[in-house]
Every structure is written in structure tokens, then in C-alpha cells.
Design a binder for this molecule. Structure first.
Ligand SMILES: [Zn+2]
Length: 294
């Protein structure tokens, strides 16, 4: 069974600053060094992946995106500015994805047909985004996390790759994040933070269980192997927001030192491909309707 390897190509300091500090900065050069590590490691294992590229990174480091494409990886969109969809209206979302699709297609001279939302923000209340993605010409989305999470999740969504029939008559393929049922609960596995927090044996066991039934979807971020930290400025935030920002930052830095090793083990023990290839390998996809798309 082929699993999908996906990398959300963004810079930690840029995204953290935008999402948690409300301050806009440019992506830092750390994203260059960290992405090079991924490119070299993928080359070593002869694995191709899907890179969901944040438009902000593509604007500042266009040559990096060209290099990723030239090395044979699939380029897909992670939007422009990492704003969660529930903070945008339809018009704002549409202009974000249209701009990012064009930016990437101009850079790599290939059609960009996949999208991943910032922080998995396609949820029941933002299901309308799937319709907008299909309208704009995206063929697949990989943003739904079929869990009940604090910040994201669409509990009850189909666990495997499926074709979502939209109310307009269009459809879009959804590639949901991997989950596994443990004691009746859907647990997220195979993704950045979860690979870092759980011991490797758990990720391996979970992925082996999943790939008996369907492709596993692994997602990683370049910065997850980067254990360097620096001072963050939170004085402008309310005490409550300061606590949240610090908690998130500490979680994000956890276990980064051992992440490179875990990624190498994953690459040596599992078969991976870009999402487009994994979708093709699935053959006929199950259709699923999402009710009440508004
Ligand atoms: Zn992201």
C-alpha cells in the first residue's frame, strides 16, 4: 500500500507570529535550511512527496519552490497568508486561493491541483470552502481531520480518500488526515505534532494498521527537525493570550531533536508517494455527500 507523504512548506517563525502573536513578519531563512534537509533526505530514500506551499514563502524564496518542483515533488497550495478559513468570508477565501494557485503555477509551470487549509480549518462550519475550491479548479483537498479536536476537526467525516459530491453538482476529492480508533475514540496519527509526541513504535503500529485498509496520510513541517529557539515578544498580548501563545510555542518545540530520526525510520519502513499518485492508485473512489453545504 502506497501512503501519501505531505509537507506543509512554511516557516515556523512566520506562521507562529501570524497565528499566535498577531504580528506579520517575513518567512525567515530557517525555512531554507530545514527544507534542504527534507530534500536531501527524500533524495536519499528516493521518495517523492507533495509540498503544500505557503504563498508567503513562495514570494520571498521563489527559487526554493522551483528547486522542490525540479526534484520531482508535487507542488500544491497552502494558501497565501496562513489565515484559518473561519476567519475569512467566501470572497476573502476565494481571492486567497486564486492568488496562491496562480503564484505557484507561474513559478513551476505546472498545474496546481491540490490544497491544504491552514491549521486543517475545513470543518463542518466551513464546508462551503470545498465548493469554492472546486469552482476555482482544485481537484483535491487535504484539510479535513476526522476527529473532534479543540482547534480543528470534522468528527464523523469519512476516514479514507473519497469524492465529495457538492450541492452545485461539482465534486472534489478529499484526502482526510489519518486517524486510528483506540478504545472507541478517533486518534490523530501520522502528522507533525503527533509523530513528535508519540513514541515511534506507536506511529509505526498505527500506520501499519491503517495501511491494511487505506493509504496513510503523513504530514510534516520543515521546522519540526529544527530545535533552535529564539526569544519571542509577547508583551503586547493580553495575559490570557500570552499563556496560550507560550503553551503553543512549548508544544511546537517539543521533541524536535528526535524528529529527524523518526522521519528517517518512517522513510525506511513505509512506501510513500505524492498525493496525486496515491489518488490514482485508489482507482474508483467512494462518493460521499456532505449535507447542508452553505
Ligand atoms: Zn500550515
Amino acid at each position: 500500500m502506497l501512503n501519501a507523504l505531505t509537507i506543509d512548506l512554511e516557516d515556523y517563525w512566520d506562521v507562529y507570529s501570524h497565528d499566535w502573536l498577531g504580528v506579520e513578519i517575513e518567512p525567515t531563512e530557517a525555512v531554507l535550511q530545514n527544507t534542504q534537509w527534507f530534500l536531501e533526505t527524500l533524495k536519499r530514500f528516493d521518495v517523492k512527496a507533495t509540498f503544500f506551499v505557503l504563498g508567503g514563502v513562495a514570494k520571498v524564496f521563489p527559487n526554493l519552490i522551483k528547486q522542490v518542483a525540479e526534484e520531482g515533488h508535487e507542488i500544491a497550495s497552502h494558501g497565501i497568508g496562513h489565515t484559518q478559513i473561519f476567519k475569512l468570508d467566501k470572497k476573502g477565501f476565494r481571492s486567497d486561493i486564486v492568488e496562491s494557485k496562480k503564484l505557484l503555477e507561474d513559478l513551476v509551470s505546472r498545474p496546481v491541483c491540490g490544497y491544504r487549509a491552514p491549521a486543517f480549518s475545513i470543518m463542518p462550519e466551513t464546508r462551503w470552502a470545498l465548493e469554492v475550491l472546486a469552482e476555482v479548479g482544485f481537484e483535491y483537498d487535504s484539510s479535513v481531520f476526522p476527529i473532534s479536536g479543540a482547534r480543528y476537526g470534522w468528527p464523523g467525516f469519512h476516514k479514507g480518500i473519497c469524492k465529495v459530491e457538492l450541492s452545485s453538482g461539482r465534486n472534489i476529492i478529499e484526502v482526510p488526515m489519518s486517524t486510528i480508533s483506540v478504545l472507541g475514540r478517533s486518534l490523530p496519527v501520522g502528522g507533525g505534532g503527533y509523530v513528535r509526541y508519540f513514541p515511534y513504535w506507536f506511529t509505526r503500529w498505527a500506520l501499519r494498521c491503517i495501511q491494511r485498509q487505506r493509504p496513510g496520510i503523513v504530514y510534516l513541517h520543515p521546522y519540526e527537525i529544527d530545535a533552535r529557539s529564539k526569544r519571542i515578544d509577547i508583551e503586547h498580548l493580553s495575559p490570557e493570550d500570552q499563556r496560550k501563545a507560550i503553551r503553543h510555542h512549548k508544544m511546537q518545540l517539543r521533541n524536535r531533536k528526535t524528529m529527524g530520526e523518526k522521519i528517517i525510520k518512517l522513510l525506511s519502513e513505509f512506501e510513500f508517494a505524492p498525493i496525486r499518485e496515491v489518488i490514482t492508485g485508489c482507482g474508483n473512489l467512494r462518493s460521499c455527500a456532505i449535507n447542508g453545504a452553505g
